[in-house]
Ligand binder design. Sequence first.
Ligand SMILES: Nc1ncnc2c1ncn2[C@@H]1O[C@H](COP(=O)(O)OP(=O)(O)O)[C@@H](O)[C@H]1O
Ligand SMILES: Nc1ncnc2c1ncn2[C@@H]1O[C@H](COP(=O)(O)OP(=O)(O)O)[C@@H](O)[C@H]1O
Ligand SMILES: Nc1ncnc2c1ncn2[C@@H]1O[C@H](COP(=O)(O)OP(=O)(O)O)[C@@H](O)[C@H]1O
Ligand SMILES: [Mg+2]
Ligand SMILES: [Mg+2]
Lengths: 112, 112, 112, 295
Amino acid sequence: MKLIEAIIKPFKLDEVKDALNEIGIEGITVCEVKGFGRQKGHTELYRGAEYVVDFIPKVKLEIAVADELVAKVVETIENTAKTGRIGDGKIFILPLDEAVRIRTGEKGTEAI
Amino acid sequence: MKLIEAIIKPFKLDEVKDALNEIGIEGITVCEVKGFGRQKGHTELYRGAEYVVDFIPKVKLEIAVADELVAKVVETIENTAKTGRIGDGKIFILPLDEAVRIRTGEKGTEAI
Amino acid sequence: MKLIEAIIKPFKLDEVKDALNEIGIEGITVCEVKGFGRQKGHTELYRGAEYVVDFIPKVKLEIAVADELVAKVVETIENTAKTGRIGDGKIFILPLDEAVRIRTGEKGTEAI
Amino acid sequence: IHDILSRSRGAFVGLAIGDALGAPVEFMTSHEIRAKYGVLRDLVGGGWLRLKPGQVTDDTEMAFCIARALDARQGWDLKGIADNFAAWLRTKPVDVGDTCRRSIRNYMLKGMLETPFNQWDAGNGAAMRMAPVSLFTLGDDDLLSDCAVTQARLTHNHPLSDTACIYLGRLVHLAIQGRSKNRLRREVDRLVAEQPTFGFDTYRGLASGYVVDTMQTVFHHFFRTAGFEECVVATVNQGGDADTTGAIAGMLAGAYYGMEQVPRRWLKRLDPKVLDETTRLAERLLHLSPLFSGL
Ligand SMILES: Nc1ncnc2c1ncn2[C@@H]1O[C@H](COP(=O)(O)OP(=O)(O)O)[C@@H](O)[C@H]1O
Ligand SMILES: Nc1ncnc2c1ncn2[C@@H]1O[C@H](COP(=O)(O)OP(=O)(O)O)[C@@H](O)[C@H]1O
Ligand SMILES: Nc1ncnc2c1ncn2[C@@H]1O[C@H](COP(=O)(O)OP(=O)(O)O)[C@@H](O)[C@H]1O
Ligand SMILES: [Mg+2]
Ligand SMILES: [Mg+2]
């Protein structure tokens, strides 16, 4: 099993989720993160003062998948999250030793 | 060493923390996440209100532990976080190559 | 490749980012987390106020790096994030099987 | 000699002008540029990097790293160039290409003066720095080939990048020495014979950072236009990696048409420090060249 971490542009979240649902992936854990990279933040007016906000809001997805689905999931995220402009984001693949579904105690690919 | 990631229902956080403290685990890093699950569009009670949105607020715990404690920690989280109802969450076990305590420079199981 | 996770005191973020910049590292993903540590019930100064709550705001950095850079990156974070006081945080090193730059499809160390 | 100096300056100033003109429309398509500007023909600033009007980017700044190193040593100095790249990276430049960043980091942390071959290294990041190298090696084709590739390999190791650097140098040499456009065209034909993928007879408007797209865009517009302004404007309005295609077109057109053809209004709006340094270093590098010592 692998844990796929995808850092993407926030407006792409729904599209990526739908594309994953299309290939039978439903379980995803999402959090809002701040991205630092080649794409730079900008000045923002906040409470009347100009802020140089040097981070860009991104969304991080975590998806535990069985080994045989990894390539498909990565391809799906890549194709959907891509705009071709700087800041599209990254996909990281981490080894996952074990997974447990808390509700049932199921382990392994049954759990995800 | 392993990094244990647990995605649980938010109201279970204190209970899980206490149970972990009971078995000598004190160091935990927590963040608020959004969960998308196998059951889409279901209602869940969150702070007394019923949600029909497709994401559900969850809490993610990250706990670095020595190998010999993993089984105990997983069992503890499982038993405490479980309600038996949809959405109880997941436990993921990731390999952890190294850990460092920033304050002291200690490495390995000394660091966690 | 490795995924370096660093949990540090929030006020150290800019300093750590600048130090990483000095060694050519620019890409970082950051999220706000809550820390529970070995020292329970201690007070910490956060935005000028003393907290006696059992969680402390921390910041979590995720940095994907090529193997040969890991030691340097860890050393840099350690030296910069350290105050010598309780709660300085942790650095975790996780194996990273693969990385993809969504914009270009580049894989491996070219992607990060 | 006056013409040679004017064309040498034209090459380096042209690089900076093309960079500053194209940077505000980098990553836009030709249609988007047309919708927003009609025809972009002024140094307007803005764009994804939020530039000031007349501000240059990494294309010019990395060329400066090379020029200053050669001027300081009064000769070739690969390590000096690498040190300048590293110092530049630490100043948090307005933009740094992915390949360049990786390679400069490897120099900083591992002292590597040549990046290993990589299939992804066929970008234009080495080619865009060729102005100072061309001036320094004026009059000696073997020296050009040697310097072009060793400086390229600081960041990019790919045969397409190597070939582009060498031929850009050759074109700048021919232009500065007053050769005709037909002669330059024959040189490009030699390049295409050697590496057919650079062929641009059926130019399809691809202007990305892939060195082949970049070179095709520059050649297409250089050989279809009849003046410095016309060439650089046409090139950047193609969009894509517009600051780099603009910089390379500016270098080539500047070398061919000379300083007199660079529009006044652009010179006035270009960052004055950049104008001063490109003008001054162009002359210093020319004086170091084999051609000059032979005069
Ligand atoms: N080495 C890295 N480790 C972790 N996250 C990264 C890394 N590099 C980039 N990121 C994340 O990816 C986002 C996009 O990166 P960026 O360099 O702006 O553009 P691109 O992905 O198009 O090359 C960043 O905002 C950050 O969240
Ligand atoms: N494959 C997965 N990868 C990552 N997180 C998941 C995955 N599947 C589920 N989750 C997380 O677990 C939560 C609960 O999952 P769900 O399918 O609703 O119920 P259950 O765990 O009871 O079967 C989700 O809201 C999501 O946060
Ligand atoms: N085993 C652990 N797993 C994950 N995070 C941890 C662990 N131990 C500590 N942390 C994180 O590190 C922070 C600092 O830990 P703490 O024990 O308070 O101090 P110190 O790191 O100085 O020894 C905590 O607030 C928490 O975010
Ligand atoms: Mg540029
Ligand atoms: Mg460019």
